[in-house]
Design a protein around this ligand. Structure first.
Ligand code: PEP
Ligand code: MN
Length: 346
């Protein structure tokens, strides 16, 4: 932390600032310029968090030296984190991982059909909402417990690990029993009670960026290392798309954090036709993966049908993704094969 003092600071004020900083266990170093005196604070910056430094007489501004999002920062870990989901899926590293599946789990048949279709196309993780955070109380809220049971069943049948959203602190253990990865949705990114509960269970987290959250807020929203960050579009003045995909957030996040970053082109654009171009943009910008909504019959979907791809469109998208991955110096994660499936189903 560096404290920049006012030009008219008195010696007594300067001494007082130094005493407050030193009482927190840090050392101070004065640098007297022609017009200003700067106080360098040496030691654990976190200890200064409880001192309202800017309110001390003689202080003009305070400049932190370290990033506030300690554990997520590249200062904390120079090596990039690779997050394991289930036994064989990984997010991070050179390969691009695709998560796909319905917005909501509607019934067993549609979930199984979607899982088999996305697996065949090369997705290695299945998504499906059990508890849905709907913007309207009159919309379909998800099948809840029944959907969790179906996800666990289809996970077994397809060999794909599953990710599903947890909305409530009371459901954390239940969801963790059924899913390989727990999603914190955009509307819950700063639900700190929920995030604290998630720190207790041994499951990786998919943390989606809040609708109006800054990149720093996204990085501050957790203290875990087993986290995948997701850019899913933010709220802007633009009405032509559901949200605005913040493409710049991807390289900024990759620069600031060791955590993997994925893109959700489905919720960003809110339109099936935009999914492929936004997915390509995400890969070009350096994303480690994608999460895409797929429904066997989008026009009859109970949630987010407008932005869901039918299986043939998803197959076509996956077929084109490899070229974008190669152009970005990446590979696509190896698809799950039937031989491996036989191993798990036994
Ligand atoms: C979802 O993944 O279906 C979802 C509700 O996402 P978000 O929290 O990003 O809106
Ligand atoms: Mn959705």
């Amino acid at each position: 932390m560096i404290i920049i003092t006012r030009p008219d600071i008195s010696d007594a004020e300067l001494d007082h600032i130094r005493e407050r900083v030193e009482s927190a266990g840090l050392h101070t170093h004065l640098s007297r310029g022609e017009h200003r005196t700067i106080i360098g604070c040496i030691g654990d910056e976190a200890r200064l968090a409880e001192i309202p430094l800017r309110s001390l007489p003689g202080v003009e501004s305070v400049v932190p030296v370290l990033k506030p999002y300690k554990r997520a920062s590249r200062e904390f870990s120079v090596d990039r984190t690779v997050v394991a989901i289930g036994d064989r899926a990984r997010i991070g590293g050179n390969a691009i991982t695709v998560i796909a599946g319905p917005c909501s789990v509607e019934n067993r048949e549609m979930l199984l059909e979607t899982a088999m279709a996305v697996r065949g196309a090369g997705a290695t993780i299945l998504r499906g909402g059990a508890f849905k955070p709907r913007s309207s109380p009159y919309s379909f809220q998800g099948l809840g417990r029944e959907a969790l049971r179906l996800l666990a069943e289809v996970r077994h049948a397809s060999g794909l690990p599953v990710v599903t959203e947890v909305l409530d602190t009371r459901d954390v253990d239940l969801v963790a029993e059924h899913a390989d990865m727990l999603q914190v949705g955009a509307r819950n990114m700063q639900n700190f009670a929920l995030l604290a509960e998630l720190g207790r269970v041994q499951r990786p987290i998919l943390l989606k960026r809040g609708l109006s959250a800054t990149i720093t807020e996204l990085l501050m929203a957790h203290g875990n290392t087993d986290v995948v960050l997701c850019e899913r579009g933010i709220r802007t003045f633009e009405r032509a798309t559901r949200n605005t995909l913040d493409v710049s957030a991807i390289p900024v996040l990759k620069r600031e954090t060791h955590l993997p970053v994925i893109v959700d082109p489905s919720h960003a654009g809110g339109d099936a036709e935009l999914v492929a171009p936004l997915a390509f943009a995400g890969i070009a910008a350096g994303a480690d993966g994608l999460i895409i909504e797929v429904h066997p019959e989008p026009e009859s979907a109970l949630s987010d049908g407008d932005q869901s791809l039918a299986p043939p469109a998803f197959v076509a998208l996956m077929a084109r993704l490899g070229a974008f991955a190669a152009a970005a110096g990446r590979t696509m994660a190896a698809p799950v094969r039937d031989a491996e499936l036989a191993g798990t189903a036994a």
